[in-house]
Design a protein around this ligand. Structure first.
Ligand code: NAD
Length: 290
């Protein structure tokens, strides 16, 4: 079976163009466009690269995007005051907190200050709860990107065996809900699955396998089921190369579809952030009767 590489840059381009059209219509109807603010602490190189790609995507789509930088030694109080100020500013439609943040501040704690209506990343507990009952369009960006990749294969998830490796709050857990909504049969594996020596048996039966661990080659290529869809979320630096969590070349011999790293899930994740910004803007305008 020949594998099809799921090109995240191409998918991102198509999604970006659709959002650009949507923003043009919103601008005509409402008179202005969404304004998003990314709050970053310190000057982390990786985080800056991600912020740069967000800025570029926002400019293309026609959204206002700003970076608010706080000092590395910012206190919890000053950090939360900054978020509250942005919450209160009616001209700001979306807020995100750029990771990493300094160790002296708990990410989950600060994230809860972000107004539910402006929560660009869908990380606020209220939005997570709304997602559980299917009441929000603000979906955490990485799981949303994974779902777009799966959708692009044209495969119907109904009754399929979907196996997620990694159970983090930002990827694995919310993704399990999105897959369940499509009636996939979902298994979530994690470190204890590996320690129990049972990772391989779960991966082997997966029609759809999504890996978000952060360890190169944690999934061996020959574990992949013939004809499976393989979505690799992992990002690992090995020597001077970026690689995913799946043994790519070996997995290509078995899979029907696979995402590359880099150039797979990442580029679409950025666009999902923009989509959340537009959804937040539309919901706020609706509340205001515009
Ligand atoms: P995390 O550290 O919060 O969670 C890692 C998960 O992997 C946990 O569930 C843990 O139990 C599991 N795990 C660890 N070792 C394992 C093993 N040997 N076998 C099975 N499971 C194991 O990580 P995260 O924040 O979810 O990120 C995971 C990876 O995805 C990282 O490489 C990160 O850089 C990447 N990531 C990429 C994007 C993107 O848009 N492309 C977005 C977010 C995260």
């Amino acid at each position: 079976m020949s594998v099809k590489i799921l090109d995240g840059k191409l998918l991102a381009r198509d999604l970006k163009n659709a959002l650009k059209n949507e923003v043009e219509v919103l601008k005509k109807e409402i008179g202005f466009v969404p304004r998003l603010v990314n709050v970053m602490v310190g000057d982390n190189h990786g985080a800056c690269a991600y912020a740069k790609s967000q800025k570029k995507a926002a400019e293309y789509i026609g959204i206002q995007y700003e970076l608010e930088t706080l000092p590395e030694d910012v206190s919890r109080q000053d950090f939360s005051e900054c978020i509250k100020r942005l919450n209160a500013d009616e001209s700001v439609n979306g807020i995100m907190i750029h990771k990493p943040i300094p160790k002296h501040i708990e990410y989950g704690d600060i994230a809860q200050y972000v107004d539910t209506d402006k929560d660009l990343e869908g990380i606020n507990v209220t939005n997570i709860g709304k997602m559980l009952v299917g009441e929000t369009k603000i979906i955490p960006c990485t799981p949303a990107s994974v779902m777009e990749h799966i959708k692009s294969t044209g495969i119907d998830l109904y009754g399929k065996e979907a196996v997620i490796v990694g159970h983090s709050v930002i990827v694995g857990k919310p993704l399990s809900l999105l897959l369940l909504e499509q009636f996939a049969t979902v298994t979530v594996c994690h470190i204890a699955t590996s320690e129990a020596g049972r990772l391989q048996e779960h991966v082997r039966r997966a029609d759809i396998i999504v890996v978000a661990v952060g360890k190169p080659s944690v999934i061996k290529g020959d574990w992949i089921k013939e004809g499976a869809v393989v979505i690799d979320v992992g990002i690992n630096q090995v020597n001077d190369k970026i690689v995913g969590d799946v043994e790519f070349d070996a997995a290509c011999k078995k899979a029907a579809f696979i995402t590359p790293v880099p150039g797979g899930v990442g580029p679409v994740t950025v666009i999902m952030l923009m989509r959340n910004g537009i959804e937040a803007f539309k919901a706020q305008m609706k509340k205001k009767g515009k």
